[in-house]
Design a protein around this ligand. Structure first.
Ligand code: 6GU
Length: 246
């Protein structure tokens, strides 16, 4: 997969050299390219923002550098690109989005700062490529960079050959595998006794059926405690699938 990131802070993306993603890049599974938006400015101060039409606080990113940047980055056309615009006003990013995005050959991320990017940039780009506005949660970041890191990491670990254990991506909380959208319960490793705490004996029993039942029970407990709305959604889904069978 090819990923292009346009930002005024290319240094923000050093973490993409590390760990899982760093290795995926070295292995040629992932090709990440960073682009400094200011290289598409033409004034002495490399201006990327201006005051908002209609008034109000803060600054808005100017359309011209963004238009030129997107033209240049997508002119080199190894595969059709999908443009991702991280913004707190986007649709909520979920594991389902990640799965879909991981099947794309090429993603381009446009990291806005300040109060956002002039709206004409997205409208103009949409004439040539699919454009998605994504939010990573109901809070406001200073810019799209941290959100881009989140989306890139979530998508990258789903690429074939990136995870050591192909099953762990399926089993994750939210991956809708065997645990049907429940949160993952507690996990343990050696030693069996640590600071007066025992590992739950069922995990040492060798009874795989009992282990599966215990894990599902713990997953339900954790979900009820931390995300009760997920249990209601699960119940609703079940009723719906029963209706379809009738
Ligand atoms: Cl994608 N961008 C910004 N600036 N803030 C956010 C966000 C994105 N998602 C949640 N908050």
């Amino acid at each position: 997969m090819r990923i292009d990131i346009i930002t005024i802070f290319p240094d923000y993306f050093v973490p993409l050299e590390l760990s899982l993603i760093g290795k995926a890049r070295e292995a040629g599974i992932l090709d990440v390219r960073l682009h400094d938006l200011r290289s598409w400015t033409h004034d002495r101060h490399n201006t990327v923002d201006d005051t908002p039409y209609g008034g109000g606080p803060g600054m808005v990113m100017k359309p011209e550098p963004w238009g030129e940047a997107l033209d240049a980055v997508t002119a080199d056309d190894p595969a059709p690109a999908r443009l991702i615009l991280p913004t707190p006003s986007g649709t909520p990013f979920t594991q389902e989005h990640a799965k879909r995005l991981s099947q794309q050959p090429r993603l381009v991320f446009a990291c806005g700062r300040y109060e956002g990017i002039d709206a004409r940039v997205a409208a103009d780009a949409a004439e040539r490529m699919p454009v998605e506005e994504l939010s990573i949660g109901d809070y406001v970041l200073a810019g799209g960079e941290a959100a881009t890191l989140v989306v890139v990491e979530t998508v990258s670990r789903l690429l074939p050959g990136v995870l050591g254990n192909a099953e762990s991506a399926v089993q994750d909380s939210f991956a809708s595998g065997a645990m049907e959208n429940l949160l993952e319960g507690p996990v343990y490793t050696k030693p069996a006794r640590w600071r007066d705490q025992e590992v739950p004996p069922v995990l040492l029993s060798g009874d795989h059926g009992a282990v599966d039942r215990w894990r599902r029970h713990e997953a339900l407990r954790k979900t009820a405690r931390n995300r009760p709305e997920l249990l209601r959604e699960l119940a609703a889904q079940r009723l719906e699938s029963m209706d379809r069978r009738d």
